[in-house]
Design a protein around this ligand. Structure first.
Ligand code: 6PG
Length: 222
């Protein structure tokens, strides 16, 4: 498996928006991420490509809150990405309001059998991806496709997350990280050996090509 490709961009949000536009134009399946960084990319997509009729959308994780809650990853996508579209994708929302056990079970029932064309991930300052936090039972899960449990970072609400094997069922993985507070996580995750203390580093244990989109601040420890 080739090592992760690092892309230092002066506009990471636009770089990721262009990846999403490419997917919308070709059609396919995408796993979206939550987080503020991704929201800046989502907000640019509608003006570039408003027709998402050929796209099917899942999420890598969700907070166990109602879909209208400002902490909801679904709400983030609705307010930044879907709002700007003229043709909506097929959307498979994670029912976070059901809680970590029932919500995970319900979400697992709608997951596809085919690999995801694109898995988009953010990166926490602790190197978590989706809601797979360092040395957590959810990160260690290798049989289930979805897991639920407590958060390791703010917002400290229970989470529902795709497991590592499920995230690795991707034809392509793109990770977005910006800011100096992510520099150590970027270096540990993409310039080091796989280590459960740095969940981002476990992405390279799969077969999917990995593109890491960063700004110069997040790249400064590489
Ligand atoms: C979540 C996200 C999470 C996020 C990272 C980075 O539910 O919080 O899925 O994995 O992508 O924590 O978040 P920021 O971009 O806000 O730093």
């Amino acid at each position: 498996m080739p090592p992760p490709r690092i892309h230092v961009s002066d506009d990471p949000a636009r770089t990721v928006a262009d990846v999403l536009v490419e997917l919308a134009r070709s059609g396919g399946s995408v796993v979206l991420t939550g987080g503020r960084t991704a929201g800046a990319a989502y907000a640019q997509v509608g003006a570039l490509e408003p027709d998402w009729g050929g796209v099917e959308v899942w999420w890598g994780d969700e907070r166990c809150v109602p879909a209208t809650d400002e902490r909801s990853n679904y709400r983030l996508a609705r307010e930044t990405l879907f709002k700007g579209l003229t043709t909506q994708p097929i959307v498979h929302r994670i029912p976070g309001e059901l809680g970590p056990v029932a919500g995970a079970a319900a979400y697992e029932r709608v997951l596809p059998q085919d690999p995801y064309d694109l898995v988009l991930l953010g990166l926490g300052s602790d190197s978590h991806v989706a809601s797979l936090f360092p040395v957590s039972p959810q990160l260690a899960e290798r049989d289930a496709r979805v897991a639920g449990g407590p958060a390791g970072l703010d917002p400290l609400v229970d989470r529902i997350t795709l497991t590592l094997p499920e995230l690795l069922r991707a034809r392509r993985i793109v990770v977005l990280a910006t800011g100096e507070e992510k520099a150590n996580a970027v270096a540990r995750s993409f310039a080091g050996a796989p280590n459960e203390r740095y969940p981002g580093s476990l992405l390279q244990t799969g077969d999917a090509p990995i593109d890491v989109v960063v700004d110069t601040a997040a790249a400064c420890e590489l």
